[in-house]
Ligand binder design. Structure first.
Ligand SMILES: Cc1cc2nc3c(=O)[nH]c(=O)nc-3n(C[C@H](O)[C@H](O)[C@H](O)COP(=O)(O)O)c2cc1C
Length: 206
């Protein structure tokens, strides 16, 4: 089994979501033959998806030949996708930033979400995910937001984005682990311990 671990926190040893994701991966590796590829989004120079990559994409839509610059840009995007596609299981650790996902994760999503690669489209049937037969676990961390907090304490637009995006790609076998809240709590160790327990439970069933 090939596991791609996508680390969307830049906080290294201070990251709660990373600690829980690492725990899950260790537990999974104890039970299965797992090859782990870790993608640290904040340490990786992802290719730009700007003027050249978007015109390369539109060239494919319109049937125009890509320029040499567009061919190179598109190959760089494809390399990121190939790494994504090589995995059978995804583990994401994702901090809530400003009620949503960190910008580096959105960058990654915009690179790998391409028609004909990760999803298909039929004018009559609509969209269909091409990343089927894969599983995903998302470890969410947030400083303030948690499921029982009042509406003046922010929102979680991160979970729906990830849930919707992974389902869109055809990844239906999707699990969530929560380390929340990590800041607005008198006892973060208890919060973390519950998340580590949930990771252990999940590792025994995945
Ligand atoms: C740029 C930034 C924005 C943040 N925005 C929110 C937020 O909107 N809601 C929240 O509950 N916590 C927010 N936090 C707190 C983090 O979610 C919290 O520190 C969490 O533990 C980060 O995950 P990590 O420990 O895995 O890095 C923010 C932190 C940073 C650095």
């Amino acid at each position: 089994m090939k596991l791609l671990h996508i680390n969307a926190s830049p906080r290294g040893e201070d990251s709660y979501s990373l600690e829980v994701a690492d725990h899950l991966n260790i537990q999974l590796a104890e039970r299965n033959e797992v090859e782990i590829d870790r993608l640290d989004l904040f340490k990786t120079n992802l290719p730009e998806f700007g003027e050249v990559a978007t015109s390369a994409k539109m060239a494919l839509f319109t049937g125009r030949d890509q320029t040499d610059e567009e061919v190179a840009a598109w190959a760089a995007v494809r390399a990121v996708f190939d790494r994504f596609a090589a995995a059978d299981i995804y583990v994401f650790n994702v901090p809530i930033w400003n009620n949503g996902i960190p910008y580096k994760l959105k960058h990654f999503i915009d690179l790998v979400t391409q028609p004909g690669w990760s999803f298909g489209f039929d004018p009559e049937a609509g969209y269909s995910g091409l990343m089927t037969d894969r599983k995903a676990v998302v470890v969410h961390a947030s400083g303030v937001w948690h499921s029982d907090v009042g509406e003046n304490f922010g929102s979680d637009f991160s979970t729906p984005v990830l849930q919707d995006w992974l389902n869109f790609l055809g990844v239906i076998d999707l699990h969530h682990i929560r380390v929340q809240p990590t800041v607005l709590t008198a006892d973060v160790d208890t919060v973390k311990a519950a998340a580590l327990r949930r990771a252990s439970e999940l590792a025994s069933t995945l």
